[in-house]
Write a protein that binds this ligand. Structure first.
Ligand SMILES: NC(=O)C1=CN([C@@H]2O[C@H](COP(=O)(O)OP(=O)(O)OC[C@H]3O[C@@H](n4cnc5c(N)ncnc54)[C@H](OP(=O)(O)O)[C@@H]3O)[C@@H](O)[C@H]2O)C=CC1
Ligand SMILES: O=C(O)C1=N[C@H](C(=O)O)C[C@H](O)C1
Length: 248
């Protein structure tokens, strides 16, 4: 039996790739493609089982409310998930315990590995900064991946009892030291020509460690998206991060 899949954000950069990836997969069937201005009911009319969302941080919560109410599993790449949003979503899912929602800040294998490596390194370094570099059409800053990475580093350091290292900056132009996500500074670069890139820098006594990942093409996200679609129906509740599906 094929899995019946719908895509929200189907005419966007990522949604269009997801449409093609689903159409090209023998075990999946694209039954609805919905973009801004289209009727979401196309998804229920077509009896979709799983919805993929690559829309906008301002749109994704409404789409998820719709999906949960309609009894659809969801695979979400859209960014903008605060702790508050995740709590809201868990509340909705408590009423539909059979449903699975996978939210992945990044579906590229290398990005997921980079985050895991950063998490592993974090307790050995009290100083860490994240630089993310993206195309200039990106709506949000910092990237969801960078924010997630910073939170993972902060959590790993807190778990190990490592306090953030000192920083002597006493005079700065606003923004020069980036944004703070927890106790980690995150810097955002936007340039045409880029796709999606992240560097995680650690500094210690006489050494630095740099972990870097580059998505050079949006094709890099598709194996992770398809893995999410194939696994979400058997993962009830909320899963945040593809690392859990990959069992890293
Ligand atoms: N997790 C991951 O691996 C990745 C995540 N992303 C994230 O995915 C999201 C989308 O990125 P990208 O594809 O580049 O963005 P785009 O702007 O190219 O695409 C978003 C699409 O969604 C449409 N849209 C907006 N609101 C709705 C809605 N309510 N219902 C259906 N469609 C809607 C937009 O239409 P319109 O333009 O008319 O508003 C647009 O066509 C971002 O949050 C981005 O950060 C991106 C890459 C990888
Ligand atoms: O908008 C993008 O392009 C990307 N968004 C995600 C993010 O904000 O982390 C994932 C990837 O970096 C590409």
């Amino acid at each position: 039996m094929t899995i019946r899949v719908a895509v929200f954000g189907s005419r966007g950069r990522m949604g269009a790739q997801a449409v093609r990836a689903v159409e090209n997969a023998d075990d999946l069937e694209l039954v609805a493609a919905v973009d801004a201005g289209d009727e979401r009911s196309a998804v229920t009319d077509a009896k979709a089982e799983v919805v993929i969302d690559f829309t906008h941080p301002d749109a994704v919560m409404d789409n998820l409310r719709f999906a949960v109410d309609a009894g659809l599993h969801a695979v979400v790449g859209t960014t903008g998930f605060s702790e508050e949003r995740l709590t809201t979503l868990r509340g909705w899912l408590a009423d539909r315990p059979e449903l699975g929602v996978l939210i992945a800040p990044n579906f590229a294998l290398g990005a997921v590995l980079a985050m895991r490596f950063a998490q592993q390194a974090a307790r050995f370094y009290d100083s860490a900064e994240v630089i993310e570099l993206h195309h200039n059409r990106k709506a949000d800053a910092p990237s969801g991946t960078a924010a997630h990475t910073a939170r993972l580093i902060g959590q790993a350091r807190a778990d190990a009892g490592v306090a953030p290292g000192p920083d002597a900056t006493s005079s700065e132009l606003p923004g020069a030291r980036g944004a703070s996500v927890g106790d980690v500074r995150v810097h955002s670069v936007r340039l045409p020509g880029l796709v999606a890139h992240e560097e995680i820098l650690f500094g210690g006594e006489g050494e630095t460690l740099t972990i870097r990942h580059d998505s050079l093409d949006r094709a890099s996200f598709m194996p992770g998206v398809l893995l999410g679609v194939r696994s979400v129906r058997t993962r009830p509740g909320l899963t945040v991060g593809l690392e859990h599906v990959l069992d890293l």
